[in-house]
Ligand binder design. Structure first.
Ligand SMILES: [Zn+2]
Ligand SMILES: [Zn+2]
Length: 352
């Protein structure tokens, strides 16, 4: 019946303002809060009032040096949770629904999607949505349909906005297929992603997780989450036969090259941290071949990983709070990125 449509559009006119505040990355190192037109959702799209948007390593890279996947000048931020204010004829959602979601979804039609490698979908990056550091975010139809979910009441908005980074980690854990509970796993780099790996691996039942890095505060958080926290020098000293799996989470080419030294014969190396375009690394061929090291390099995530991440996140026993370093307004976002640049904090919650 069209009655509800009329009521919705009346309600809509009151809830969607003409303009909204949005954080724009105008060039590396410069973030501006600008007043921009509030997007109007089309069929199947969701206009979401953003309640929490967490900072991410990708955003930090874009802020520091630009990023191939983030156009400049342009809106920034891709982790979010919020409340639907307008549901453009969506079957699943209506105005007032609290939601959690990610910013991309595969087409499910291209060569890679049909192969079962949705994370490599040729459209997934082109059709993603950016701009969660804003009062409103318009979610495209295919993302709303595949990768947005109702947020349970017991999950607060800040926790819910961790769905995207945790989906990246879930995709990598799926590719790694660790042997539970016997694998000994080393994670290099105690940033947000390294810490999310600690949480995910502990969660699936790996007791022996080591987290290596320099930042003492972040290492202490790793310990709190159930890892043994060490410096790389300590790993060197007590290596033995090496780790069953090593997960590199720094995106630094020197660390990429060094990380293979910690893998045991027949073990796996997961190169997770993306490096700048055009950079190269060298590995000892003898090591890779005669020691049979499997090199894995997971990128992004498909729909299955998002569901896995959601399952972890909505479990109250899955502790994420130590990752959240405080709340900031849009105007304070630049300060938050400056703090992250100098190694202060792990993830800030932007409240637009
Ligand atoms: Zn992210
Ligand atoms: Zn596809």
């Amino acid at each position: 019946m069209s009655d509800t449509g009329t009521i919705d559009s009346v309600k809509t006119a009151r809830t969607r303002p003409e303009t909204m505040q949005s954080l724009i990355l105008s060039e590396p190192g410069t973030l501006e809060v600008r007043s921009v037109p509030t997007p109007k959702p089309g069929p199947g799209e969701l206009l979401v009032r953003v309640h929490a948007a967490t900072t991410c390593g990708t955003d930090l890279k874009a802020y520091l040096r630009g990023h191939p996947q983030i156009p400049m000048p342009g809106p920034l931020g891709h982790e979010y949770s919020g409340v639907v204010v307008e549901a453009g004829m969506s079957a699943q959602f209506q105005a007032g629904d609290a939601i959690m979601g990610v910013h991309s979804a595969p087409c499910q039609r291209c060569y890679w999607c049909l192969l079962g490698q949705e994370n490599l979908c040729e459209h997934i990056m082109k059709t993603k949505v950016l701009g969660s550091y804003a009062e409103y975010l318009c979610i495209p139809e295919h993302i709303a349909r595949l990768n947005v979910f109702h947020k349970p009441d017991h999950v607060d908005f800040a926790r819910a906005s961790l769905l995207e980074p945790l989906a990246c980690v879930a995709q990598a854990v799926e590719l790694l297929k660790p042997r539970v509970p016997t694998d000994r796993i080393l994670i290099i780099g105690p940033g947000a992603i390294g810490l999310l790996f600690v949480m995910a691996l502990r969660r699936i039942g790996i007791p022996d997780v080591t987290l290596a890095g320099r930042n003492r505060t972040r290492l202490a958080v790793g310990e709190q989450l159930g890892a043994r926290a060490v410096s790389l020098a300590e790993v060197d000293r007590s290596l033995g036969k090496g780790y069953d799996a090593v997960i590199e989470c720094t995106g630094n080419t020197e660390v990429w090259e060094k990380s293979i030294d910690y893998v045991r014969r027949g073990g796996k190396l997961v190169l997770f941290g993306g490096c700048p375009k055009g950079t190269h690394v060298a590995f000892d061929t003898h090591r890779v071949h005669y020691d049979q090291i499997s090199i894995l390099s997971p990128f992004h995530f498909g729909t299955q990983a998002v569901r896995q991440a959601r399952e972890w996140l909505i479990d109250p026993n899955f502790v994420v709070e130590p990752l959240l370093s405080g709340e900031r307004t849009l105007a304070e976002a630049e300060m938050a990125f400056e703090d992250l640049r100098s190694g202060k904090g792990i993830k800030y919650v932007i409240r637009p």
